[in-house]
Design a protein around this ligand. Structure first.
Ligand code: PEP
Ligand code: MG
Length: 613
């Protein structure tokens, strides 16, 4: 943060950059829409659009073929760029990826066999240069859309803007104007930009950028969702910022208030300092908790672990005060792409997570495909992934699909083993129902180890433990037998509830039935935990139940000592762990297990939370 004594020499940087002789530049406040809370103080970086200025250009008849070729080249290049962007979706927080994906699909469609492309070709044939043809066709289409008698004006505007966006991309590629990258922005910069497009927002680095302020944009647009997902303090729709603010000028941005102050005076700087000190205090509170042990009042240690859905969560997980990753969902690596990730790519992704955890174990679950999850690359690959139309949730899902396609499993196991040379890993199998599946996988694992040894690959010093998800009633009720074959259990209460209650986890019609506090589900959990304790096999819960602090006492009371959850849930669960005794939790669990109704169980859980938390 800069000093507050703005009046004293030396002159503020902003004054020098503007090349004026003024000692102190007047403070100026801009107001926009608050999008992401947080205070940022730093130099502005004014992003100036490098788009070429187009004049209408006509061509001779003998140039038509050449222009059509240039246009085809620009389409191909745009397709490659969009495919690459699509492959980067997995690196974004889930919310951001969900926002961007349909948009990229829409762009892709527009540069497929579309009215836009047909229109451009016609214009080129009528002797327009390719750039002119794109520009004119796009503007025509946008005007037609905006003139539609639809009451959803915002929706029409969005569609027109999408068409203009793809037009800009085509023209950039035609004129070979390089895309200006945000990657080069100096650390701590506040980006000032006219319009931030969602696909560009996806390329911003929250680690480098202190804040974002734009002239255009609304609270619910794609860009706002992306910025929220990335957590960069941001304001959109701040009128006038790009006219007045210049690169290097000092700014104070308050994302929560929706304000940005240019040339902040001493009072503004002092207020910004106070606000960011408050922020820092909050963070510190969490940091303190991070360092404290997850231990009950009667001294029982509880292992708190993180679930990882996309690699972008890694920094958050590393700071969350967890003892490892209890569930690395590897599905993200296979989604939104045309081809499957090979062994090297997978090794790198797992290896990065292993290194980020600095010696804490990473439990990597092999691909859980099937049910509601669809993976395009697998369907294109020739592997047997057919979901029978009968009932996908009860079909070829998880380990069943992998054992049907051993090559897929072998590649993934090889990558996990190689990453295991960089730090401790565990291997986790999804959707197990029988001992045979565990045995078959272990055989494949041994075969892969032998193959890697022959190839001279570096392997983990000790074979990674091979564990299983307990997420089918059959697995839970044969946990005693499965514990003889599996090295550890991770109870997936999301699916276990679905299969126990015969209620789809995504079906609103049966949402009331989907209740993890149903005695049937709790008995499955209890049976599993007791079997694993008897056979001294580690057991954890990694379904959403583990992230609900109200349920922590019950899970501890049932004998669980390891819980894996979304990193953001860790502090609250840790607070609960630190304020209860195992003796009280066990008493609560005993009373809960005597009940017959979910409502009675819920009342007991709530009562315990009120009294002791
Ligand atoms: C579960 O089923 O509880 C689980 C953790 O797996 P997923 O949510 O990935 O299916
Ligand atoms: Mg599951």
């Amino acid at each position: 943060m800069r000093k507050t004594e703005q009046k004293a020499a030396p002159r503020p940087r902003a004054a020098r950059d503007l090349g004026t002789d003024t000692e102190v530049l007047p403070e100026r406040l801009f107001t926009g829409l608050p999008i992401v809370s947080g205070i940022a103080v730093g130099p502005a970086y004014l992003f100036e659009d490098q788009s070429p200025v187009l004049t209408s250009v006509a061509i001779e008849a003998d140039a038509v073929d050449g222009e059509l070729d240039r246009f085809d080249g620009a389409i191909k290049k745009s397709r490659r760029q969009l495919t690459k962007l699509r492959s980067q979706l997995a690196m974004l927080p889930a919310e951001g990826a969900a926002e961007l994906e349909p948009l990229l699909d829409a762009y892709m469609q527009m540069i497929g066999p579309s009215r836009l492309l047909r229109g451009v070709r016609k214009r080129i044939e009528s002797l327009s240069a390719a750039e002119t043809a794109v520009h004119d066709e796009v503007e025509d289409l946008a005007a037609t859309i905006l003139a539609m008698p639809d009451r959803d004006r915002a929706g029409l505007k969005r569609r027109a803007e999408e068409i203009r966006e793809i037009g800009r991309r085509l023209i950039r590629n035609l004129t070979e104007t390089p895309f200006q990258s945000f990657a080069k922005l100096a650390q701590g910069t506040i980006l000032v930009i006219d319009t931030l497009r969602p696909a560009d927002a996806a390329l911003l680095s929250p680690a480098r950028l202190a804040g974002v302020v734009t002239e255009e944009g609304g609270t619910d647009g794609h860009t706002a969702v992306m910025l929220r997902a990335l957590g960069i303090p941001s304001i959109l729709g701040a009128e006038g910022v790009t006219d007045v603010i210049r690169s290097g000028a000092l700014l104070v941005l308050d994302g929560g208030a929706g304000t940005v102050t240019l040339n902040p005076g001493p009072a503004t700087m002092a207020a910004a300092k106070r606000s960011s000190a408050n922020f820092a205090r909050e963070r510190q509170k969490l940091a303190q908790l991070r360092r404290l042990a997850a231990e009950t009042t009667d001294g029982q240690a509880v292992e708190l672990l993180a679930n990882l859905e996309v690699p972008l969560e890694l920094p958050l997980i590393a700071q969350a005060g967890v003892e490892g990753i209890g569930l690395f969902r590897s599905e993200f690596m296979f989604m939104n792409r045309a081809e499957l990730p090979d062994e090297d790519e997978q090794t790198e992704v797992y290896g990065q997570a292993v290194e980020a955890m600095e010696g804490d174990p990473v439990t990597i679950r092999v691909l859980d495909w099937g049910g509601e999850k669809e993976i395009e690359a697998l369907q294109n690959s020739g592997f047997t992934t057919e979901i029978s139309g009968i009932n996908p949730a009860l079909g070829l899902r998880g380990i069943r699909m992998l054992l049907r396609n051993p090559e897929l499993l072998e590649t993934q196991l090889a990558a996990i083993l190689r990453a295991g040379a960089r730090g401790p890993v565990n291997i986790l199998l999804p959707m197990v129902t029988s001992i045979d599946e565990v045995r078959a996988t272990r055989d494949i694992l041994h075969k892969v180890v032998r193959r890697l040894k022959r190839r001279g690959e570096e392997l983990p010093a000790r074979m990674p433990p091979l564990g299983i998800m307990i997420e089918t009633p059959a697995a839970a009720l044969s946990a005693d037998a499965l514990a003889l074959e599996a090295d550890f259990f991770a109870i997936g209460t999301n699916d276990l509830t679905m299969y126990a209650m015969a209620a789809d986890r995504g079906d609103i019609e049966v949402a009331k039935l989907y209740d993890p506090l149903h005695p049937g589900l709790l008995r499955l959990v209890q049976f599993t935990v007791e079997a694993s304790l008897r056979l001294r096999k580690p057991v954890s819960v990694c379904g959403e139940m583990a992230a609900n602090p109200k349920l922590t006492p019950l899970l501890l009371g049932l004998g669980l000592r390891a819980l894996s959850m979304n990193a953001s849930a860790v502090p609250k669960v840790k607070l609960v762990v630190r304020s209860v005794s195992i003796a009280d939790c066990a008493r609560l669990a005993r009373r809960v297990m005597e009940q017959t109704e979910p409502a009675e169980i819920r009342a007991l859980v709530e009562e315990f939370a009120e009294k002791s938390l």
